[in-house]
Design a protein around this ligand. Structure first.
Ligand SMILES: O=C(O)c1ccccc1NCC(=O)[C@H](O)[C@H](O)COP(=O)(O)O
Length: 270
């Protein structure tokens, strides 16, 4: 019998799964490129987050996760997205990974088409084909996780996404990754409070890294944000936005939770 995977193996397993998925996309390269080129203009993800007097909320559509197990398995992405929009969210983040998060590109399409908010495809991007696939499915932004990309690939994927008209959320967890994000020209940096080896979250990760970013960079604090006190703390630190999944999705009334999180004032870092 196979031994259960350690938490520290999860990211490596996810990356291996993505490589298999990319191999299947290779036969569809021309079709994806054509559909990406024909996609309607992307909504302004950067503008939804930048230079607002209050902290903006990116609300997530996530059915389950490796760290938390089942979160809201039967969720209706379109209904949830409408609730988020009515409650003051500035953008959507939709997990599209199937094997580990129970998501899909259909979730992305359904959520985005129910609202006028920009939508991030939250997945583990390793290849240009996934970016074309995201654009073809209507995504407005993609995620690049610095930890799983070398410098050349990070720069290439960032450039490709921008060329395709997508915003890019470049995710970091420590100072070395932050330097690499800056070097690749990131305009939006996500500081992940979750250590992807242990799944522990700590908002001090954001507080410790944020002031190292150049003025004008949009800063998103990601993961482990549980309520109004956390929002005020991150607003004092000066983040532009937060990305919140589990605490909204486990709330009996997700709309009320988004409303509770929305709009604490933020310190101006400039
Ligand atoms: O959430 C996990 O367990 C996880 C494990 C491995 C890689 C990524 C993971 N999460 C993806 C995310 O980035 C979160 O969904 C997002 O930051 C929201 O976090 P939270 O508010 O804590 O649900």
């Amino acid at each position: 019998m196979q031994a259960p995977s350690k938490r520290s193996d999860i990211l490596a397993r996810i990356v291996a799964t993505k490589r298999d998925e990319i191999a299947l996309l290779e036969g569809r390269a021309l079709e994806l490129r054509a559909r990406a080129a024909d996609a309607p203009p992307a909504r302004d993800f950067h503008g939804a987050l930048a230079a607002h007097p209050t902290v903006r909320v990116i609300a997530e559509v996530k059915r389950r996760s490796p760290g938390a197990g089942e979160i809201r398995p039967g969720l209706d992405p379109a209904r949830l997205a409408s609730t988020y929009e009515r409650s003051g969210a500035a953008a959507l983040s939709v997990l599209t990974d199937r094997d580990y998060f129970g998501g899909s590109l259909d979730d992305l399409r359904a959520a985005r088409s129910a609202v006028s908010l920009p939508a991030l495809r939250k997945d583990f991007t390793l290849d240009r084909l996934q970016i074309d696939e995201a654009r073809a499915a209507g995504a407005d932004a993609v995620l690049l996780i610095v930890r799983i990309l070398d410098d050349a690939r990070l720069a290439d994927l960032h450039g490709h996404a921008v060329e395709r008209g997508l915003a890019v959320l470049v995710e970091v967890h420590d100072a070395a990754e932050l330097e690499r994000a800056v070097d690749c020209g990131a305009r939006i940096v996500g500081i992940n409070n979750r250590d992807l080896s242990t799944f522990r979250t700590d908002l001090a990760v954001t507080e410790g890294l944020l002031d190292r970013l150049p003025a004008g960079t949009v800063v998103v604090s990601e993961s482990g944000i549980r309520g109004g006190d956390d929002m005020e703390r991150l607003g004092r630190a000066g983040v532009d936005a937060v990305l919140v999944g589990e605490s909204i999705l486990r709330a009996p009334d997700p709309g009320a939770m988004v409303a509770e999180l929305a709009a604490p004032p933020r310190r101006n870092r400039a």
